[in-house]
Design a protein around this ligand. Structure first.
Ligand code: C2E
Ligand code: MG
Ligand code: MG
Length: 740
């Protein structure tokens, strides 16, 4: 088509669209049918324009009335071709019939006046039609029927003195008639919308919404319209911004269907329900039509929430679980890199929780966990999170605003608040927790990295007796240097740089020395003494631990036998085994060899094992312990209460002695729960004929309490620090027969 015709087509389509939009607004319930009518009209208009463009070729030289009628008579629309000097006015039959005019009775001007419903053909009245291109005419026919025609007019030929125009009519009367015919189908349509519970809301000015019956019911309305202000008050405050954004989109030229989820309540004050609002804006003309379908998705939402709860919420504390932490954490990490934000990750561990749980009961344990979570939750700021990672481990993610003191201050406040927590059945117990922290994104290459570094700091704090510890990259130095350390340690073993120190164990009733614990030291050639915590874990992760343990076993037996031969009263030599040692198949044979070589009677040897060791394979652990017991060797459970210990172990494991961990003893004078735990454990152990020893006794106050609680033995700086063989021999002599 030529340019002029394209323009013509566009104008026609735009006008038709405008009319449909106006009508759709006036009769929103019939929107569906209006669209059908609209589409069919557009198609027929396109055909008309095409045919007229053909005809236009013939009008180039003159306006040929005969040709005009040939082409236009069959067209299903009203058409006038006219020149603005009125020398030529041609109407198709369809229009002439509608206007009830006969060419013979009416001259050109009269015909045009009637068609356009103009009292006069003045340059102004005609100019209005030709300039705007649109004009609406209403008149009553001889039967008294109101007829409405929407005209669209465009130039088809410019001549020297005048212009030739094409006016096509859009018969609104016909459209109304069609809609009346369609009413029964329309009812069907509305009924099906109602059955599907889809509500429709529409607006053409962003001030007032016309709503369908389902939407009326949902919003609690008695009329089919609501102003936008009232509708807004029915929307949940948190969802209003996205609703405003949706309404505003009618200004923008977004053609795609959009979808938002909102909570809306009804005017009669019912609870909020969730709706999916699928909307679209259509600004075909200056009128911006905005509207869409409202679908109640409350049930689906509740299901989603339930699924989310199961997947992301910790059941006991009702805060986020590890899954959620990892999910949000990684997003936070990525976001922090993009936006240059930073966060603090604080991981917290409730001290001695397992033992509290065992002795105070699960309901008190859960009560403690819930309250701890509640304390953490109070510190969460926007963008942050509190989560329970596992058992008694929690994490707090806090946005960093450049305050480097924030993690320590927060952890301290948490510790203070937690210490104040009252547990019903244990009125005066004091609770404590430890914290490790790191910074995101600086302290790692992923969220997991940063989290692990905070956990690493927590563990480092435990070793250094610090309850709040920040991550330092230098903390890894010991790990980075592991291979170096391994080499040096191997060399140290070859060069006999390892040496046993001995710490006395005292009978709390008699005050007599009943034994010593052999504690390994690495004495460097320059005299530096390295403590086991610095090298035993490294030895454990390599084959070196086997060599160290063989040395400790044979040296411990040899030394003890030596003391007996020197005339000292026989005492028990305790040696420490790691789980790697303990799980050796030939453990029994090795112990037997050491005893045989040294000549020591098995009753004077005791093996200390930690409780975590029994966790890996409880059946094997029990079998292995029984083998040692069969030899006559004693078995002690070391550091009881620090790991995942359970009092039920006392039933299963064939141990002869239970060592209460130093952390209980340190606080025993001031912390009721520590006291309660210690006395409960002593009572239970006694009932199983297991002896008890407290490690880390540093003062007589602790000693008195332990003695009263029925603890059999004690070990700690109060009696003596670990010392080399020569020093402990002096100690034996000095304290021979001494009662503490
Ligand atoms: P452990 O077996 O629980 O040893 C007790 C630790 O507590 C010793 O630390 C001891 O010096 C310390 N201690 C004893 N009384 C007190 C006190 O009153 N106050 C304080 N603050 N500390 C006290 P040490 O010698 O540094 O040993 C640490 C750990 O290293 C041991 O804990 C044990 O698990 C391990 N270890 C030591 N020697 C060996 C060994 O020969 N083989 C293996 N596998 N592990 C060993
Ligand atoms: Mg020990
Ligand atoms: Mg210990």
């Amino acid at each position: 088509m030529k340019n002029g015709n394209s323009l013509l087509a566009s104008i026609i389509i735009a006008l038709a669209t405008a009319l449909v939009v106006i009508y759709a607004f006036l009769r929103p319930e019939q929107t569906f049918f209006v669209i059908i009518v609209y589409l069919s009209t557009i198609v027929s208009l396109s055909v008309i324009v095409y045919l007229i463009s053909k005809m236009y070729g013939k009008l180039k030289t003159s306006v040929d009335a005969e040709d005009f009628s040939k082409i236009t008579e069959s067209l299903n629309t009203e058409i006038i071709i006219w020149s603005d000097d009125f020398s030529f006015v041609a109407m198709n039959k369809r229009l002439r019939d509608l206007l009830e005019i006969n060419n013979k009775e009416y001259d050109e001007k009269e015909m045009l006046k009637k068609a356009f419903e103009l009292p006069d053909l003045t340059p102004e009245s005609i100019g209005k039609i030709t300039k705007t291109g649109s004009h609406e005419a209403h008149f009553t026919n001889s039967e008294g029927k109101l007829i409405s025609i929407a005209w669209s007019t465009s130039v088809i030929k410019k001549r020297k003195k005048d212009c030739v125009y094409l006016s096509t009519g859009f018969n609104l009367t016909e459209m109304r008639k069609m809609q009346v015919n369609l009413n029964s189908a329309n009812d069907f349509f509305n009924t099906s919308m109602d059955l599907a519970e889809i509500g429709i809301i529409m607006s053409n000015d962003r001030n007032k919404f016309v709503v369908s019956s389902v939407a009326m019911e949902a919003l609690g309305l008695t009329t089919s319209s609501i102003d936008v202000g009232t509708l807004r008050t029915l929307i949940h405050p948190n969802d209003r911004i996205q609703f405003d954004r949706a309404v505003k989109s009618s200004d923008e030229n977004i053609r795609e269907v959009q979808n938002i989820e909102l909570r809306i309540k009804s005017l009669n004050g019912s609870a909020y329900r969730w709706y999916s609002f699928r909307y679209k804006s259509a600004s075909a003309t200056s009128i911006a039509l905005f509207g869409g379908a409202l679908l109640d998705i409350t049930q689906e939402h509740e299901k989603d929430i339930l699924i989310e709860r199961l997947a992301y919420i910790d059941e006991v504390t009702e805060i986020a679980n590890r899954n959620k932490l990892m999910d949000i954490g990684q997003k936070t990490y990525e976001c922090s890199q993009l936006l240059s934000y930073s966060y603090w990750i604080i991981v917290l561990d409730i001290d001695r929780f397992h033992i509290i749980n065992d002795t105070c009961g699960y309901s008190n344990g859960n009560y403690i966990l819930r309250n701890f979570a509640h304390i953490l939750y109070k510190f969460v700021t926007p963008g942050g999170l509190a989560a329970r990672i596992s058992g008694d481990n929690f994490a707090l993610v806090l946005r960093d605003y450049g305050d480097d003191e924030l993690p320590v201050r927060t952890a301290k406040t948490i510790q203070d608040e937690f210490a104040k927590l009252a547990v019903d059945d244990f009125a005066a117990i004091s609770l404590s927790c430890s914290a490790g922290y790191s910074k995101l994104p600086d302290d790692g290459n992923s969220f997991l990295d940063v989290l692990e570094h905070a956990e690493f700091a927590l563990k480092s704090g435990e070793i250094n007796n610090s309850s709040i510890c920040g991550y330092e990259p230098s903390m890894h130095d010991s790990i980075i240097g592991n291979t170096e350390l391994e080499k040096a340690l191997a060399l140290a073993i070859d060069n006999n740089e390892l040496q046993l120190y001995y710490q006395p164990k005292i009978d709390l009733k008699t005050g007599k020395i009943i034994g010593v614990e052999a504690l390994i030291r690495w004495i460097k050639p320059d005299g530096t003494v390295i403590k086991p915590d610095a090298f035993v874990p490294i030895a454990e992760s390599s084959h070196l631990i086997g060599r160290i343990s063989e040395f400790v076993l044979s040296e411990g037996c040899r030394q003890n036998m030596m003391w007996q031969r020197m005339g000292y009263p026989p005492i028990v030599m305790s040696i420490n085994f790691t789980s790697t040692d303990f799980y050796q198949n030939d453990l029994k044979e090795k112990v037997l060899d050491a005893l045989a070589i040294s000549g020591l009677d098995p009753q004077w040897l005791e093996v200390e094992l930690t409780e975590t060791l029994a966790l890996s394979d409880i059946d094997f652990a029990v079998a292995q312990m029984n083998k040692l017991r069969e030899l006559g060797v004693k078995l002690a459970m070391d550091d009881f209460g620090t790991g995942y210990s359970s009092l039920s172990y006392l039933q299963i494991l064939p141990i002869t002695l239970l060592k209460l961990d130093r952390s209980f003893i340190t606080d025993i004078q001031h912390d009721n729960i520590a006291y309660e735990i210690v006395s409960a454990v002593i009572r239970i152990a006694k009932s199983k004929r297991i002896e008890t020893i407290a490690e880390g006794i540093e003062n007589t106050g602790q000693e008195d309490i332990l003695r009263q609680a029925g603890c059999d033995y004690g070990q700690g700086y109060l009696y003596g620090k670990p010392m080399p063989a020569s020093k402990i021999e002096e100690f034996f002599e000095k304290n021979a027969g001494v009662h503490y």
